[in-house]
Design a binder for this molecule. Structure first.
Ligand code: SF4
Length: 295
């Protein structure tokens, strides 16, 4: 075991990633599989290979956590939901994005009815309904208008907030949102996106978000941008990380980014939670979220 191997083991433990340490060339060393976390095999003779596969299979099973829900655990039988999905120039052509699909599929799986509309049609849609929806879920970019058009007695939240709760890190990101108000002139904000999509002229990460942050804080700030797999290990000099919803990142990847920031005491928030905060509707959009998930 080299120092790098041990460093990796420590990382797996810290990030709760199941792992096995496997030593090859058992035919030369004569070691056998006695230690439960260390395993000896021989690629030459095939010794231990079958058992290794069994152990990997067992680890995969062990990694299956209890079923998690995006939204249906927040609803009660018979509730119905309105989904607000603006279709503007930044919406992908001919399809819905992953968080929207995930929410719809889960609602269908659990026999909850929903209707969807664009933000510009919400008022009219609500007027047509015989009874009030239990919840309105909106795309974050339409938060301000949707909040204004949603009566106070209807619960409102966003796909981003639900996804942050689903993937873990909602509590840290609420703290991150509050840090927006503490930014000072000359501070650096890292805007990070989980994939390298085609950037448009009013791109949310490089154009809209910096504009909203400067309007909200009234400060002149510096920005760093990363996208795709690159997320800096060292956040020295960064005062706040503003991350996209991370729909293309899995739970472990998103958690790892949140942990990297938290460990270095750098606040982190996703786009949707930041937008809700900057529009003064974060508290309202968290009303539906159970206390243990948000504080
Ligand atoms: S990973 Fe981030 S940037 Fe890419 S589509 Fe999802 S939310 Fe947008």
């Amino acid at each position: 075991m080299t120092a790098q191997d041990m460093e990796l083991e420590a990382l797996f433990k810290e990030r709760e990633i199941p792992y096995l340490t496997v030593f090859n060339k058992a035919d030369l060393t004569g070691s056998s599989a006695t230690n439960p976390s260390k395993f000896y095999i021989s690629a030459l003779t095939g010794e231990g290979i079958h058992e290794l596969k069994e152990r990997i299979g067992a680890l995969a099973g062990q990694n299956k956590k209890e079923e998690k829900f995006v939204v249906t655990d927040l609803l009660k039988k018979g509730d119905f939901v309105v989904l607000v999905i603006p279709v503007d120039e930044s919406a992908p052509k001919g399809r819905l994005i992953l968080p929207q699909q995930l929410v719809m599929r889960e609602l269908l799986d659990h026999h909850f009815a929903f209707i969807s509309c664009q933000d510009t049609d919400l008022k009219e849609t609500l007027c047509k309904l015989k009874e009030k929806p239990a919840l309105i879920i909106t795309d974050s970019q339409a938060f301000e208008k949707v909040s204004a058009d949603t009566p106070e007695d209807i619960m409102l939240t966003s796909f981003s907030i639900l996804m942050a709760r689903y993937k873990g890190g909602l509590k840290q990101q609420i703290i991150g949102a509050r840090a927006l108000a503490t930014l000072q002139d000359g501070d650096t904000v890292l805007i990070s996106e989980g994939c390298t999509h085609h950037r448009q002229c009013k791109d949310i990460g490089t154009v809209k978000m910096p504009g909203w942050i400067e309007e909200y804080t009234g400060k002149t700030l510096n920005y760093r941008f990363t996208s795709g797999g690159e997320f800096p290990d060292d956040l020295t000099g960064v005062s706040l990380v503003v991350h996209c919803g991370g729909c293309m990142l899995n739970e472990a990847q998103m958690k790892s980014r949140v942990q990297t920031a938290v460990k270095q005491k750098v606040p982190i928030v996703n786009y949707g939670i930041a937008i809700a905060c900057m529009h003064g509707i974060l508290d309202r959009s968290l009303l539906i979220i159970p206390t243990e998930d948000k504080s």
